[in-house]
Design a protein around this ligand. Structure first.
Ligand SMILES: [Zn+2]
Ligand SMILES: [Zn+2]
Length: 105
């Protein structure tokens, strides 16, 4: 948190130009907006196709043939894509070889 050099008031984020501004005297400063940019990157919405370790236990299995290794069991999960117009996509992952594929329901 930065302070105004003139009146020691907390500087606030200036939403119009991504700098910071003193709410009391109007002093402005260009913020080194690195922090904000990093946060933006982290929040980037990406479709999770594989999340090897986290999700495995909570997923249910289904009897389905894996094209790759011939195994007949895979875990599956549903993902709604960002656009509401698109249908929900069902993903499968082979329990044996971790081959992942999708099925447009
Ligand atoms: Zn000030
Ligand atoms: Zn397989």
């Amino acid at each position: 948190m930065k302070f105004c050099p003139k009146c020691d008031v907390h500087l606030r984020r200036n939403t119009s130009d991504s700098g910071i501004i003193c709410p009391k005297c109007g002093y402005t400063e260009k913020s080194s907006s690195k922090t904000a940019e990093i946060k933006k990157d982290e929040a980037k919405p990406e479709i999770k196709v594989l999340d090897e370790n986290d999700q495995k236990e909570s997923l249910s299995t289904i009897k389905i043939d894996c094209e790759k290794c011939g195994n007949d069991e895979a875990v599956w999960w549903m993902l709604q894509t960002r656009s509401a117009d698109e249908p929900t996509t069902q993903f499968y992952r082979c329990t044996k070889c971790n081959n992942t594929w999708r099925n447009y329901a």
